[in-house]
Design a protein around this ligand. Structure first.
Ligand code: CLF
Ligand code: SF4
Length: 487
């Protein structure tokens, strides 16, 4: 028998055939919680899946790849691939003109009711390729005025466009800042192109640093919410990111998102070719844990493509290439409006469930922490079968909270009804340090393999809120209860 659907799932299915995906933190996403935020700020972030961890369970972003040109070189980027600042490597399927981008945004908005944000994240630099960025935003804002506008930039050209960003109501800007010391910067950014001249080495990094800080200060002075993305490059800037975190906090950054270097020789990047490795999952987590207490950390980033579409963690971009989109498209707000009403109710229930789960954890009196990998396809619930998982959401439970602290990607284990042994081996490696896997259903064979590897697989809480399930497991583990009694 199929498990029961939550109201959000059934409503989403009624509204659209779109798939869902989704995940939470006291030190991640939104600064602690909606309670800790001024209401004006909460209004700005509450439906932005990157700026609010809570929102990313429910709302989706899309990127349009209208800005291919870039004015700097990063050693982790090869422009045949996506901008590594905001994307996992992989070619952008197609670059768009502003007109094509507007058609695509309307088509997505008509079909993906979760859509709340339009971002321009390359594949080059949104501020350097400014005319295309500005034209796209202006045209979309006329058609769908309630869509939030968001850009990502390396910051070099940012100060030149702050006034226009304000005029266009772009109230979310991401700056990629990998260093505050030009000596470190020179190891990451070999050259920049600035004021019709090419600069190299420490001089280039110094100019970039000064422009980044200027842009950051100008934007915060105008009330625009800034997220800082930093690429963690072991042996180059991993220790230095502690300093970066302090600097951006002092200058009013809203969030700091530390992302792992993605490095592979086949991407053709400098770091890939010289064998510079990215951090392991537990190395990234250790640095992020050290940064807690500084600028608030985002920990639910998925390093998405410059043409990504959908909830974070899923990519529906291939469903919306130009050959899938009619020449004439008219915006229809009905699905998005209906979805918002459903989400408002569901979010209220989720907030109550989270708070009750935290009380359960605290009542144990234990100081322990528990790392749990959760199979979820959205709505903040345990609602995916183990065999279908492509990404686990990693939660840490402790008396401080039940928080999303990252994600781990794996190959799908079950294909065509059969489990793939090699995929299971990969999943076991990806689950390094994890104590519990929580999913809607798991077969006996993978369950036994996980158990043998010291990981407990639990499928007793299918379709529960994630925090409710984790709180119950934590209490059973550390509070003297038993899972059988509490399930
Ligand atoms: Fe796009 Fe970036 Fe805006 Fe989000 S992504 S421009 S802030 S709408 Fe989000 Fe993607 Fe991470 Fe970026 S998950 S890579 S942080
Ligand atoms: Fe590549 Fe983005 Fe760096 Fe430009 S700013 S080199 S597009 S990663």
């Amino acid at each position: 028998m199929s498990p029961p659907m939550t109201s959000l799932e059934s409503e989403t299915k009624k509204i659209s055939p779109a798939k869902s995906a989704g995940c939470a933190s006291s030190t991640c996403g939104s600064p602690a919680s909606r309670d800790a935020m001024e209401s004006a700020v909460w209004e700005k972030v509450k439906d932005h899946p990157c700026y609010s961890e809570e929102a990313h369970h429910y709302y989706a972003r899309m990127h349009v790849a209208v800005a291919p040109a870039c004015n700097i070189q990063c050693n982790y980027c090869n422009r045949k691939y996506d901008c590594a600042n905001e994307s996992r490597p992989g070619v952008v399927s197609e670059k768009l003109t502003p007109d094509q981008a507007v058609r695509k945004v309307i088509a997505v908005a008509n079909d993906v009711p979760q859509l709340s944000v339009l971002g321009i994240a390359g594949p080059g630099d949104a501020c350097y390729d400014w005319n295309r960025t500005r034209t796209t935003f202006a045209r979309v804002a006329k058609q769908i005025p309630d869509l939030k506008l968001c850009i990502s930039t390396n910051g070099l050209a940012l100060p030149d466009h702050v006034a226009e960003l304000c005029d266009m109501n772009v109230d979310h800007v991401t700056i990629t800042i990998n260093m505050v010391d030009p000596e470190v910067g020179a190891e990451i950014h070999p050259w920049i192109f600035y004021k019709h001249r090419r600069y190299t080495g420490v001089e280039a990094a110094r100019i970039l640093h000064e422009r980044q800080m200027l842009g950051l200060e100008m934007l915060t002075a105008r009330g625009i919410l800034i997220k800082i993305n930093s690429v963690m490059i072991p042996g180059v800037n991993d220790e230095h990111l502690v300093e970066v975190n302090k600097w951006v906090k002092e200058r009013g950054a809203f969030l700091h998102n530390v992302m792992p270097l993605i490095s592979d020789p086949k991407h053709g990047t400098h770091y890939g070719l010289i064998g510079r490795r990215g951090p392991k999952a537990m190395e990234l987590k250790a640095l992020q844990d050290r940064l807690a207490g500084g600028a608030t950390l985002m920990r639910h980033c998925r390093q998405c493509r410059a043409d990504a579409v959908g909830l974070l963690g899923e990519d529906r971009g291939q469903d919306f290439t130009l050959d899938h989109i009619a020449d004439e498209v008219t915006y229809d707000a009905s699905k998005r409006n209906a979805y918002r009403e459903v989400v408002a109710r569901e979010r209220g229930d989720h907030v109550v469930a989270k708070s009750e789960a935290l009380e359960t954890v605290k009542a144990t009196g234990s100081g322990r922490s528990l790392l749990v990998a959760v199979a979820s396809k959205g709505g903040g619930r345990v609602n995916e079968h183990f065999g279908h998982v492509r990404e686990f959401q990693i939660y840490e439970a402790s008396p401080r909270g039940i928080s999303l602290v990252g994600h781990r990607k794996i190959e799908q284990y079950c294909l065509g009804g059969w489990g793939e042994d090699s995929a299971l081996e990969g999943a076991l490696a990806a689950l390094d340090g994890i104590e519990v896997v929580l999913c809607a259903k798991i077969g006996e064979c993978p369950k036994a393999r996980l158990t043998a590897a010291g990981i407990r697989a639990i499928d007793d809480y299918g379709y529960e809120h994630i925090e409710t399930a984790i709180g119950t497991i934590y209490a059973a583990e550390f509070g003297g209860g038993s899972l059988a009694a509490t399930a």
